[in-house]
Design a protein around this ligand. Structure first.
Ligand SMILES: NC(=O)c1ccc[n+]([C@@H]2O[C@H](COP(=O)([O-])OP(=O)(O)OC[C@H]3O[C@@H](n4cnc5c(N)ncnc54)[C@H](O)[C@@H]3O)[C@@H](O)[C@H]2O)c1
Length: 273
């Protein structure tokens, strides 16, 4: 049986673990070859959870190869445009084409509004916004050159549809990502390239590791009234990475062929609460 992404190539950032790994494995199972990047190293010091490692990225490679598909993985920072460009060019050289981009790398830093500094604001914006733009710009013209159209998926957040309290920088960055998706969708549409943003609620990933839960708790104490803002309608609060991958894979596939410039929540209803 052939998969829904048979013969296609996907460029995925933040692929060492969490949702990025789930997207890589899921798309490979559907027949895609993968170009994967991750910083696979120390995140900015304002990030309270554990950083991904080269071993994490190697595990993604192992899982993708176990599906029988090919993967080119490298340690790269999405803030380095030239580095991403080289990765994409090498990947297209080896795998023959590019059809799908998933701009997934991002950081999240819980801080009350008056604890955010110019440095932490810049860290979040540079990775989540400029890094996302770099990712699209490193690959979009390779998709155009292929002449078959394609799908670009930008990973925003529930914070990019509603907001996430105690994260002015993160909320700002994820709204920017949603606007970026719409703006790219307008101009890339004539090349049959669709661009959409995905807005997960809480997801069980290593973003919740280390000091993250305690850091959220400390920020929450500054204004407990806001604690219920991410309440879901459905019984469960958090999704699994593979459940977000279901939506991302659908956006990558022809089943969503008429959907572009859309914001797709995967949030158990929390953005409407
Ligand atoms: N986990 C959640 O609750 C949640 C909710 C909504 C949205 N998101 C978003 O989903 C995306 C994936 O997050 P996740 O939950 O899998 O977290 P994660 O921390 O497990 O994975 C993110 C990956 O991105 C990589 N990364 C970070 N900065 C990078 C950089 N500068 N260059 C290259 N790689 C970099 C990390 O090393 C990591 O492997 C992020 O954009 C995040 O903001 C997460």
């Amino acid at each position: 049986m052939s998969g829904r992404l048979e013969g296609r190539v996907a460029f995925i950032t933040g692929a060492a673990r969490g949702q990025g790994r789930a997207h890589a494995v899921r798309m490979a199972r559907e027949g895609a070859d993968i170009i994967a990047v991750d910083i696979a190293g120390k995140l900015p010091s304002c990030v309270p959870y554990d950083s991904a490692t080269p071993d994490d990225l190697a595990e993604t490679v192992r899982l993708v190869e176990a599906t029988g598909r090919r993967i080119l993985a490298s340690a790269n920072d999405v803030r380095d445009f030239d580095g991403l460009r080289r990765v994409v060019d090498d990947g297209v050289g080896a795998l023959g084409r590019l059809d799908i981009i998933v701009a997934n790398a991002g950081i999240s830093v819980p801080q009350a509004w008056n604890d955010i500094t110019p440095e932490t604001f810049a860290d979040v914006m540079e990775i989540n916004v400029t890094g996302t733009w770099n990712t699209v710009m490193a690959g979009a013209d390779r998709i155009i050159e292929g002449g078959r159209g394609g799908s670009i998926i930008l990973i925003s957040s529930a914070a990019g549809m509603k907001l996430q309290p105690f994260m002015v920088h993160y909320t700002t960055s994820k709204h920017a990502v949603a606007g970026m998706a719409r703006a790219f969708a307008a101009e890339l549409g004539k090349h049959s390239i669709r661009v959409n943003s995905v807005h997960p609620g809480p997801v069980n990933t290593p973003m919740g590791s280390g000091d993250m839960v305690a850091a959220v708790g400390r920020a929450m104490e500054t204004n407990p009234q806001l604690a219920h803002m991410l309440t879901p309608f459905l019984p469960k609060w958090a999704a699994e990475p593979e459940e977000v991958a279901d939506a991302v894979c659908w956006l990558a596939s022809d089943e969503s062929r008429n959907i572009t410039a859309a914001q797709i929540p995967v949030d158990q209803g929390s953005t409407q609460y």
